[in-house]
Design a protein around this ligand. Sequence first.
Ligand SMILES: [Mg+2]
Length: 305
Amino acid sequence: MAASNTTAAEARTVDPSMLEGSMRERVNQLRKEVCGLFEACSDSNAVHQMSLVDTLQHLSIDHLFQEQIDATLRSIHGCGGFSSLHEVALRFRLLRTHGLWVSPVYYEQDLSRARTMLTKVFALMTVVDDTFDDHATLDESRKLAEAIRRWDDSAVSMLPEYLRKFYLRLLRNFEVFEDELQPNERYRVAYTREAFQMTSESYLQESEWFHHNCKPSFKEHVKVSTVSIGPQTVATAMLMGMGDETTRDAFEWALRGDTVMIFGRIARFLNDIASFNSGKSKKDVATSVECYMNEYNVTREVAMR
Ligand SMILES: [Mg+2]
């Protein structure tokens, strides 16, 4: 009896550093097991590899396996042979989430200026998207959209403390783009800025829907979510750092042309089909698939046809 009491008392007073040590050991063990899964998958087909990356993303532990995920994405980048719409959509979403969906355009050495600018704009846009989706209250989202609309240092005072540094950095980055361009190329930055502002407005509209628990009509959803997937921002940012062959007409095409919007619409549908199949996160606004199902009272299979 005395012995068992001692054991219980010892258990209650167990050294926290020992607990921490054993947890760390367990984490390392699990990490090794996941690395083993990647190795086992590397010789199998691309769909298995994509499913593994998708699962890690859903568990929010993908950042622990960046090296393995990068290698997987490189291997699926050029491969085709997907047999279902779900597989095509999943591949698209993974490549898009990891910022690879447009970068292959830029492998040539002499496009390094364009590549750097696109990467920066893409990163800035991702931070704004994540802020609207996961961090800001509706009131903060409205303030952030208003500050991006005003695009002026003085707008910083309307923002909550945690967004101020980022906002000023956003403005500085666009000033640096101007500095890096030739005087006759500087008009390009205004196009990219306008596209960025349009995308921010679409993020705000989606936040309004989310916070008011509103499922818009399919048509209204597509109108907004085609912009929120960022085709104009990506297209103008891609062109911004390119050479003399880039004209003002190209920017008009990128910002207001039908082709870019059609690309955006396809990207949105592929993204939403993949999100819907994998189970979207709680804080996401209703997808176009759900809006279609809701409006026309049809099953997911019909909506995805
Ligand atoms: Mg979003």
